[in-house]
Structure formats: structure tokens, C-alpha cells
Design a protein around this ligand. Structure first.
Ligand code: ADP
Ligand code: MG
Length: 249
């Protein structure tokens, strides 16, 4: 997957400024940066929740939100975009966003059913996913009966139910009580070895050092520095990166 020369403004504020990043298949990328640096906008652009003004994003050569015909790009219809996005890119948010009126199991099967998977198969796969995130016994619970950490693990299982090629995490542990952070990070650690391409915005630097193949440090809508954790975290080249790390470490 790759982001190619992507720019995006809100009014006169340039939030993404000519961003290019390659995300090799199966790799784990952690994006760091202060609040307001454009991290969420970048994830939302990958998921096509935001339109970019310039540049493009591809998954295995398929352009997100666009169809190429020769040298011309055509914007896909909303329905086609949704379909493509659902199939290829999953997203887990800070606020777990489960459907409160659906049981845990139904939260997981809703999207697969909508995309045509037979109910029995969707339910069997959902139960497997719940087991993977350590919640096999919660299939019939309601979201409100679960802790924040459990809800977030359900949200991760729900994202996986569509078998995405790329899974985006936007501060997945920021809304959790400290004692619940690790159970969610543990699930992401497992995923990091599963072949799904992961892009994670987090402030958990120790976790980033451990799981990331690449760390990207953003500021003001630009990439200040990127590379393996040993260099970006261990021996940053840029003063801005050092300054940021001295605040968060
Ligand atoms: P981060 O996730 O790194 O905190 P964001 O991508 O959320 O940063 O925001 C980057 C900048 O864009 C911020 O200045 C934010 O206020 C602004 N911004 C984000 N979304 C919108 C929007 N829908 N309309 C206007 N400004 C926005
Ligand atoms: Mg954000």
C-alpha cells in the first residue's frame, strides 16, 4: 500500500502537505506526532473518510476512491467507494464505536452479512475472531456490559471480520484506563505477526519500539522523519523528533 504526494487542506489550513509513504504488505507502521499534526486526517484519507486535494493512495496498485482508465483518474461512485473501503481497509477508533443495540456477535456479523456472507459462515467466523481476542464467552453480551478494553477488542475483531488488507488504528488505547491498555496492545501485537498491514497512531512509545517495522514522525502535516525504531526512536536525525520524544518518553 502507498500514499503518493497527498495534500489536504481545510480552508486555508494545510493539514497534509505532500505526504508520501510506502507501507509494504504485512508491515507495521506507527505514526507519531503532536496533537494537530495531521495523523487522524492521514488515516481518514487512507480510509476515504476524507477526500484528498492532491495525490493518491493505492492498495496493491488499486487507487482508493478512484478508478484509472489509461492516464485518467475517475472518482468512484460513493457506493463503489464504500464497497472497496469495506473490503480493503478496516479502522479502529479511539472511541470503540460498537453498535449499542446489537449483541457482541451481531456487531461482528453485521457487515459480513451486508456484503453477502451467509449467516452461518459469518457467525462461525465471528466466534473464531472473538476467541482470537480472548472474548469467546462474550458473544451474547451487550457492548455496555463490557469494560472499555473488552469493547475495544470487540471493535478490533469487528474490523477483522471483513478480512481487510490494511488495518488502521487511531489512538486505540487513548480512551482506556491505564490498567486496560495492555490487553488491547496484546491483541495488536498478535496481529502484527499475522500478515495484515497495520498502520497505528499511538502515543505508546514502548509499544511502538517493540512492534513497528517503521516509525513515521509527523509535524504540521509533513513527515519530519521516518525509519526503523532503532533510528527514529533510538537515534533521531531531526531536532524536532528529539524534542517530541523528550516530551513523551
Ligand atoms: P491529529 O490526529 O494529529 O491530532 P488531525 O488530523 O486530527 O491531527 O488534525 C490536523 C489539523 O486539522 C488540526 O489543526 C485540526 O484542527 C484540523 N482539522 C481536522 N479535521 C478538520 C475538519 N473537519 N475541519 C477543519 N479542520 C480540521
Ligand atoms: Mg488524531
Amino acid at each position: 500500500m502507498g500514499i503518493h504526494n497527498v495534500s489536504k487542506s481545510f480552508g486555508t489550513l494545510k493539514v497534509l502537505d505532500n505526504i508520501s509513504i510506502a507501507f509494504p504488505s504485512g508491515s507495521v507502521t506507527v505514526i507519531l506526532g503532536q496533537s494537530g499534526s495531521g495523523k487522524s486526517t492521514l488515516l481518514r484519507s487512507i480510509n476515504h473518510l476524507e477526500r484528498v486535494d492532491d495525490g493518491f493512495i493505492d492498495i496493491d496498485g488499486d487507487l482508493i476512491g478512484y478508478r484509472r482508465d489509461g492516464r485518467t483518474l475517475y472518482e468512484l461512485k460513493e457506493k463503489d467507494i464504500l464497497q472497496r473501503r469495506r473490503a480493503d481497509v478496516g479502522m479502529v477508533f479511539q472511541s470503540f464505536n460498537l453498535f449499542p443495540h446489537l449483541s457482541v456477535l451481531d456487531n461482528l456479523v453485521e457487515a459480513p452479512l451486508a456484503s453477502g456472507v451467509p449467516r452461518e459462515q459469518a457467525q462461525a467466523e465471528a466466534r473464531e475472531l472473538l476467541a482470537r481476542v480472548g472474548l469467546a464467552d462474550k458473544a451474547d453480551a451487550w457492548p455496555r456490559q463490557l469494560s472499555g478494553g473488552q469493547q475495544q477488542r470487540v471493535a478490533i475483531a469487528r474490523a477483522l471480520a471483513l478480512k481487510p488488507k490494511v488495518l488502521l488504528f487511531d489512538e486505540p488505547t487513548s480512551a482506556l484506563d491505564p490498567e486496560l491498555v495492555n490487553e488491547v496492545l496484546d491483541v495488536i501485537r498478535q496481529l502484527a505477526r499475522s500478515g495484515t498491514t497495520l498502520i497505528i497512531v499511538t502515543h505508546e512509545i514502548g509499544f511502538a519500539r517493540e512492534v513497528a517495522d517503521t516509525i513515521v514522525f509527523m509535524e504540521g502535516g509533513r513527515i519530519v522523519e521516518s525509519g526503523p525504531p532503532a533510528s527514529v526512536l533510538g537515534d533521531p536525525a531531526q531536532a524536532r523528533t528529539r524534542e517530541f520524544l523528550s516530551k513523551v518518553l
